[in-house]
Design a protein around this ligand. Sequence first.
Ligand code: GLU
Length: 419
Amino acid sequence: MSNYNPYEEVLRTLDMAAEMLGLSDDDYIQLKYPEREVKVSLPVKMDDGSIRVFEGYRVQHSGVRGPYKGGIRYHQNVDMDEIKALAMMMSLKCAVVDVPYGGGKGGVTVDATRLSTSEMERLTRRFATRLYPVIGPHIDIPAPDVNTNGEVMAWFMDTFSTLSGQLSPGVVTGKPVPVGGSVGRRDATGCGIMLMVREIAKKLNLNLKGARVAVQGAGNVGGTAATFLQREGCKILGLSDVSGAIYSEDGLDIEGVITFLRAKRGRTLADYSAPDVTRISNDELLSLNVDILIPAALENTITGKTAPGIKAKIIVEGANGPTTSEGDSILQQNGVTVVPDILANAGGVAVSYFEWIQNIQGVKWDEEKINERLENLMVKAFNDVWNTAQEAKTSLRMGAYMLAVDRIVTASKLRGIAY
Ligand code: GLU
């Protein structure tokens, strides 16, 4: 859809949730406006000696419930509207899983696949320098997102610490473990998605052993979710990335595929081959005959155009904003149950919270403790959303939005900043 505007999409759902909660405009109008929008220019010396200037953004949507929290993405389609939408989703997400954060998001408009590792490092250090005045362990805490990872977070943290003159591991989360990262953080989003698949399958009486699954996206979210789901006994029939998708009627060897992809930077599914594996298009992947579909790539994939072809009865949104409002109404008409992004992919920010607690307290938790706390937090959030939706006789998306908006508005009234 050419006139697709991610920010307006989120506003539409926000308005519906506020109406269902019986809120007046005054109660929640401030949520429609990010508290701060920062746009920066990033001159970077490229490997060939030339200078290029990239555009970077950081949007701090709501600080009502705590410091701003949210990832940084490097992608050619990044613009202010996208980052505003994603920042608002982070405020909602943190409220749904009840971690004491507000919402923020950042990004740089750049095709990260075309940057060398050292160009990526210089870009990241410049971005951290430009954002220095507005971020900090108790102000705004970035994390990885599309095309960024632990290595990028380590550079970011190092630059911030150098500028501030003190080691500040709590300024970003998703760091590698040796520099203050948490065990379990890298796999947390994918693990959370598996937990949400498990909970919704229980409610709908679907046996996960042998359940047929398609996953759109083979990165840290999609690839990890597919791996965890296969361990639960699911059959992953299809998996996609930027190069297209692969399909196997008997189920793909996910561990093998992911190991292959991660072995070398720049590898895609187009480079992968195995007996009984065929290539299909991204649209074909979405309409595979499966029980569960996991969109774990970018926004705007389940639309008025693609939604009618979807055969899965359960969708668990690994990506942020994969479904447009038009796509969503079609899914509802067709009786598809959607576990919405702000709940489904919240495992990442949940373990970010655990990482940050360890950083500011100077303690270390083991994997068992992280996994147990992640599971408790996600299952509680799932039940909160499920119950809200049941009581209001509405979808899980609306239930999640109602829960989140109510929590943010309550905090805002208590702080009294709205009046
Ligand atoms: N980028 C992730 C998200 O969209 C993680 C954010 C975080 O950990 O702060 O939820």
